[in-house]
Design a binder for this molecule. Structure first.
Ligand code: ZN
Length: 457
């Protein structure tokens, strides 16, 4: 079991303070309001150092196109300037964003790097090398802590694990329902698509190159890019490109406006709607599938046990270890899909036992990480797992301390209740796994079927 470093604990605490609690974290527009509000200001969240990360939405079409300005901080500040200019242009010319597109412009996903005049985030991680790019069929772009750079320089800036950074998680979750993504960088003077032979990304890059005048490049030739945002997006089915400005100083606004306008004009062809996928012979709605896949897939949530059901606010689908809920009222926040609070229900029912001592609040210095929100702590293997699995988003706050209980496989194990799940420790392979609360929930609701048993481990 790995003990986290002091810096990772500090980073975690910062994230804990800043991360939104489960539920409706943002004031969002009421149903129907978008139709009368073609221009809208959004705050997606804040950076690790508390700087706001904002977007401007223009248009209300079904195909979401996201332009991500500055990712690489101060050294690529001209891409921030370019995005601000694009915002001013489309504010004044909102009619240039007709259906089927709705356009989002994010001036910077790395406000800390912009303020601190560094390519990296506040923790020294390259956000464009931090994403989990292990989902596609191309191993050469898989996330790596070691990063290759210009002139053969190798640095250790990929982050401690994929999707470790707050900003990385934020853009990942904001893009879950996107059709297209344009990540602006400088200064190589070319446009390249997501690398793993993703046809929509290739078509988008070619269209942008032709209109802007930048050279089209099938790959990035200078060095290997691992953990790149474009590659993660491509692996999710999003048409994703990286235009590199020629200059490191000028914003090259006319060229890029022409590129964006060309994409808008051909949106019905270039921006594919998210597609449903099949897992374990069961259809999974596109956006739920993207959440499931990019937040840990089968290991974290198990396989789907039923087709998605329609609810008043969206969709719900039960997997072996979780129930994933898509709430359309949370569209255009990073919280469009969330796991249901099955752990909270289990804790209330004491379904895994746990005596008063396990539920009693503990002292703030009882463990490496203490949560004042619930008065409970996290340590060792569960702490490491929580950090790597988008903690608050996928698991939630701890509702108990660790205690021993009989898990679904009939063994006595160390477990702990959380809002969205119950974690169990497996000493035989030093692993942590969420208990099959989705499967249990279906049993409680009387829709259990014998074949489910085979899917629980
Ligand atoms: Zn860059």
């Amino acid at each position: 079991m790995k003990i986290p470093s002091v810096t990772s604990i500090v980073a975690l605490l910062v994230v804990c303070m800043l991360a939104m609690p489960p539920g409706r974290a943002f004031p969002v527009a009421a149903a129907g309001e978008y139709a009368e509000t073609p221009i809208r200001e959004l705050t997606l969240g804040v950076s690790a150092q508390g700087r706001p990360i904002t977007a401007v939405q223009i248009g209300v079409g079904s195909r979401k196109l996201v332009i991500v300005g500055d990712t690489h901080g101060g050294p690529e500040a001209n891409t921030h300037e370019l995005t601000v200019q694009l915002i001013e242009h489309f504010r004044a010319n909102a009619d240039q964003v007709p259906p089927p597109t709705r356009l989002y412009l994010i001036p910077t996903i790395n406000p800390d790097g912009l303020a601190l005049d560094t390519r990296f985030d506040a923790a020294g991680v390259d956000l464009n090398r931090n994403m989990n790019t292990n989902h596609d069929a191309c191993p050469e772009n898989d996330w790596s802590p070691t990063v290759f750079g210009a002139y053969g320089i190798v640095s250790d800036t990929g982050g401690p694990f994929p999707d470790s950074q707050h900003e990385t998680r934020l853009i990942r979750d904001f893009l879950l329902d996107a059709s297209g993504a344009i990540f602006l960088h400088s200064n190589a003077g070319l446009v390249f698509p997501a690398f793993c032979e993703h046809a929509p990304s290739i078509a988008l890059a070619q269209a942008y190159a032709e209109a802007s005048g930048y050279a089209y490049s099938r790959t990035w030739e200078a060095y290997k890019i691992t953990g790149g945002m474009h590659d993660w997006a491509g692996s999710m089915g999003i048409a994703a490109i990286t235009p590199e400005l020629i200059s490191g100083v000028d914003s090259e606004f006319p060229q890029n406006l022409a590129g964006v306008q060309a994409v808008l004009e051909q949106a019905a062809v270039l921006l594919p709607l998210p597609e449903d996928q099949i897992a374990a012979d069961i259809r999974v709605p596109a956006v739920i599938w993207r959440y499931w896949k990019s937040h840990g897939g089968e290991d974290m949530f198990g396989l789907p046990l039923e087709t998605a059901r329609r609810t008043e606010h969206g969709l719900v689908q039960t997997f072996t270890r979780a129930r994933l809920e898509l709430d359309e009222d949370r569209a255009d926040t990073p919280f469009l899909v969330q796991p249901a609070p099955l752990g909270t229900q289990s804790a209330a029912a004491r379904s895994y036992g746990g005596d008063d001592a396990a539920f009693a609040p503990v002292a703030p210095d009882a463990a490496p990480v203490f949560f004042p929100e619930t008065g409970h702590s996290l340590r060792e293997a569960f702490l490491t797992y929580w950090q790597r699995q988008s903690g608050l988003a996928d698991i939630g706050y701890p509702l108990s301390e660790e205690f021993e209980a009989t898990t679904v496989d009939g063994r006595r194990r160390i477990v702990q209740y959380f809002e969205r799940t119950i974690l169990a420790y497996y000493p035989e392979d030093d692993s942590v796994r969420p208990e099959p609360l989705g499967w249990r929930q279906l049993q409680l609701e009387g829709v259990a079927a014998p074949w489910m048993a085979a899917q629980v481990r």
